[in-house]
Write a protein that binds this ligand. Structure first.
Ligand code: DAH
Length: 339
């Protein structure tokens, strides 16, 4: 009988199961109320005295083996179930994580910031909701200037003094009010104009404003700075300055960069002229300096302003400005390889 018990122990040890049902059947067979152990325990009284000890030990061993087996199999099956249920098959190959892409506006903005930071410009920001003083009056915009027309500006209805800034030049004013020269700062940000939305214009877009104030700053410094910028940004160093008018600069100019006419795209981009208009600039009007608490007899400076969206459209050959604010993933994904 002891040999039979030992056989059962070996059998129990070797037992494996794929399902809970099989484990249960095993449990019933060995440990159940009508199971093998019960049967053998009942035999105990018939065992010869000198064998009782060994018999007792062997049957206890069988009981422990069967119990351990049941517990181990249950645990293994449960953890398998958990793996499959909670996390799926943990050995399956991983799924690729989709990589995001920078927005073309951010790409161009970061390029501009990077280029100017290399020549000592810091980055400053101002509020998008502005007051009349910072957006217009301090910038030498007379009260009846057309740029103040309701057509161009979004006013906050309850207060005619509060508006959505129409340009980042407002940040110039704030920066000069709060900082003493020398000043070298660029101010990127979103601006708003009350314009009909089309492929070419939007009611909001982005600009970068530049401001340099110090003693003896000249127009030559402005020109040199612009040339450095166009070389770094576009790889083109030939620029021209066309006389223009901005209320806050005197003299004022419009900056064109010579793009060339090598490819069909160059023709398209420059409308056949080879020149591309990229920004407005000028020497800060002494009135503006004085309005902002900077002595115009002691200091002079230059300013410039450019549209980020316009440059992004040109550089990436995007045909519709609306694409920049529609968040269409198919469009945005195309900039994955860009900076
Ligand atoms: N604020 C002008 C605009 O929105 C751009 C501009 C022109 C900014 C000349 C300047 C500047 O600082 O000097 O059209």
């Amino acid at each position: 009988m002891i040999d039979k018990l030992k056989e059962l122990i070996a059998e129990a040890e070797a037992f494996t199961a794929q399902s809970k049902e099989e484990v249960e059947q095993f449990r019933i067979k060995y440990l159940g109320s009508k199971g093998l152990l019960k049967e053998y325990f009942a035999e105990f009284k018939n065992v010869a005295n000198e064998q009782k000890k060994e018999f007792g030990q062997t049957i206890n061993q069988l009981k422990k083996t069967a119990e351990d087996k049941v517990n181990a199999l249950k645990e293994a099956l449960e953890s398998l179930e958990e793996d499959n249920g909670l996390y799926g098959d943990l050995s399956r190959p991983g799924e690729p994580i989709a990589l995001g892409a920078r927005h073309p506006i951010s790409i161009v903005k970061n390029q501009i910031i990077d280029i100017f930071s290399r020549i000592g410009f810091n980055v400053s920001e101002g509020p998008e909701i502005e007051d009349d003083w910072h957006n217009f009056t301090a910038l030498n915009l007379p009260e009846y200037h057309p740029a103040r027309d309701m057509q161009d500006t979004f006013f906050i209805q309850t207060d005619p003094d509060i508006l959505l800034r129409t340009h980042t030049s407002s940040v110039q004013v704030r920066y000069m009010e709060e900082n003493k020269p020398p000043i070298r700062t660029i101010s990127p940000g979103r601006v708003y104009r009350n314009e009909a939305i089309s492929a070419r214009s939007h009611c909001f877009f982005h600009q970068v404003e530049g401001l340099y104030i110090d003693k003896d700053v000249s127009f030559a410094d402005l020109k040199q700075t612009l040339q450095y910028f166009t070389t770094e940004m576009f790889g083109k160093s030939k620029i021209r300055l066309r006389p223009s008018y901005f209320p806050f600069t005197e003299p004022s100019a419009e900056v064109d960069v010579y793009w060339g006419l090598e490819t069909e795209t160059d023709y398209k981009m420059t409308k056949g002229t080879g020149w591309l208009e990229i920004m407005g600039c000028g020497m800060v009007d002494p009135n503006v300096l004085d309005n902002c608490g900077i002595d115009s007899k002691e200091y002079s400076g230059f300013a410039f302003g450019m549209g980020i969206d316009r440059i992004a459209l040109l550089l990436h050959q995007i045909s519709d400005i609306r694409l920049l604010s529609e968040n269409d993933v198919r469009f945005l994904e195309q900039f994955k390889s860009a900076l």
